[in-house]
Design a protein around this ligand. Structure first.
Ligand SMILES: Cc1ncc(COP(=O)(O)O)c(C=O)c1O
Length: 443
């Protein structure tokens, strides 16, 4: 290899293989974000774009927040990297302790990862190893849910319930089954908050367990609110039932709170909002406000204790990442928690919820809209698909909104909105008005 690089054309878009993107379509007409501040992105030609999606559900405190920027700058100049295997560094212990103080119920240990996908795969391995440590190594099955998104690792796509994320690869974890999803717009149309109908769908878990023998099941994993597949809010009583059934059979309950954690629902976690305590919780995204990649698994005291039984000179969990508890991520995370606390952002999300709900539901009757749903500061706006072209209508709305200066997110023909928790009421109005205009224009 020559030490002198070939001359590089900065406008060459070919080298980058973009994730979850129609690469050729995008590269024909790119949409670029060059910088960000507060509620706004800016394009390379300095056009302001209002962020109605917190980046990808992660920038809960708004963009380029000074205390977070400064904490990362200071940390990189102090300790850029330190190994986390058999060595420690103070910021990772401190950040874990700060997180511990936020956790509900019996959750009290923190295992760091670098993403939501890694958190899910870590939780799956923790569940398997936990049961093995308890002498129940036959517990190898996992129950996920249709329309669940748990990232893109092999564990995550196996317990996940999104067909396109699975069918390209053929191979998945064995011994996985799925609960039915809870989306039912025939019975729960235009619902504000939690739907009335659907708690009985949790009873399907009993039937699945009977089929497989409950003593072979390690864990049930669900997003308390399914985010990526279009904001599916749990029916009243549904999560409580999952908790009761799993507890009865000695099965762990994993909440994937990669989206619902860190204030999105106006509480620390969805577990707090719904008052249902899981045994394991996976998080990422809002843990560092999206600034430095990081994820974590929160484990209950009982799970942690089960690992701590053997000789104390033996590694208890043969798992970890080079960057588990990376100093920059921990510094970003602590500064993020400071901003959340000092600005009361979770309470702010709670206090804006009714305004947000009313604004979203004002879209009822808008062309193409067939359902609206919301909880906390998140909303799903479901559109009727254009005949023969599923997803096309929502994609057109995304492009139109972006050109009009608002960033939304779409999945199939569902628009999802989840603004940073610093959003102001006029900005909420602008998000909703811009979408309404785009929908009126959409074919
Ligand atoms: C619930 C849930 N789990 C896991 C993931 C995967 O996270 P990552 O993209 O950081 O791997 C996501 C990402 O959106 C998510 O929403």
């Amino acid at each position: 290899m020559s030490a002198t690089p070939k001359s590089v054309d900065p406008n060459n878009l070919e080298a980058l293989w973009m994730p979850f993107t129609a690469n050729r379509q995008f590269k024909r007409k790119p949409r670029m974000l060059a910088r960000a501040e507060g509620m706004y992105y800016y394009t390379p030609d300095n056009r302001q774009v209002l962020d109605a999606t917190s980046g990808l559900w992660c920038v809960n405190a708004g963009h380029s927040r000074k205390p977070i920027v400064e904490a990362v700058q200071k940390q990189v100049a102090t300790l850029d990297y330190a190994p986390g295997f058999q060595m420690g560094h103070p910021v990772s212990f401190e950040f874990a302790a700060r997180l511990q103080a936020l956790l509900p119920g019996d959750l009290n240990h923190v295992f760091f990862t670098n993403s939501g996908s890694e958190s899910v795969d870590t939780a799956i391995k923790m569940a398997l190893a936990y049961h093995k440590a308890k002498g129940e190594s036959q517990r190898v099955r996992f129950i996920g849910r249709e329309r669940g998104y748990h990232g893109v690792g092999f564990g995550g796509i196996s317990v996940g319930g999104i067909a396109p994320n699975r069918k390209q690869f053929g191979l998945q974890l064995p011994y996985v089954d799925h609960l039915p999803h809870t989306h039912d717009i025939a019975r729960n149309n235009y619902v504000k908050g939690q739907p009335e109908h659907g708690a009985e769908l949790a009873d399907r878990l009993e039937a699945i367990l009977t089929l497989h023998d409950p003593s072979t099941v390690a864990a049930v994993i669900v997003e308390p609110v399914a985010g990526s597949t279009g904001v599916l809010v749990p029916p009243k009583g549904y999560l409580e039932k999952l908790r009761a059934i799993t507890k009865k059979h000695g099965i762990l309950l994993i909440f994937d709170e990669v989206i619902s954690g860190f204030g999105r629902l106006g509480t620390n976690f969805a577990a707090d909002r719904f008052n249902v305590e899981p045994d394991l919780m996976t998080v990422a995204k809002g843990i560092t406000n999206g600034t430095v990649p990081m994820g974590a698994v929160f484990a209950s005291k009982a799970i942690h204790e089960a690992f701590m039984q053997g000789p104390d000179n033996v590694i208890e969990f043969f798992h970890g990442y080079t960057y588990s508890g990376h100093p920059l991520a921990c510094a970003a995370g602590m500064a993020t928690l400071d901003v959340y606390r000092d600005e009361g952002l979770f309470e702010r999300a709670a206090s804006l919820e009714t305004y947000w709900q009313d604004a979203i539901h004002s879209l009822k009757g808008t062309k193409h809209v067939i359902d609206l749903r919301n909880i906390g500061l998140m909303a799903g706006i479901e559109l009727e698909s254009r005949p023969g072209a599923p997803g096309a209508r929502a994609y057109d709305a995304l492009v139109d909104c972006f050109e009009a200066g608002v960033l939304i997110r779409v999945t199939g023909d569902i628009v999802a909105m989840s603004p940073p928790l610093i959003v102001e009421k006029p900005q909420i109005d602008r998000m909703v008005d811009t979408l309404a205009t785009a929908l009126k224009r959409a074919a």
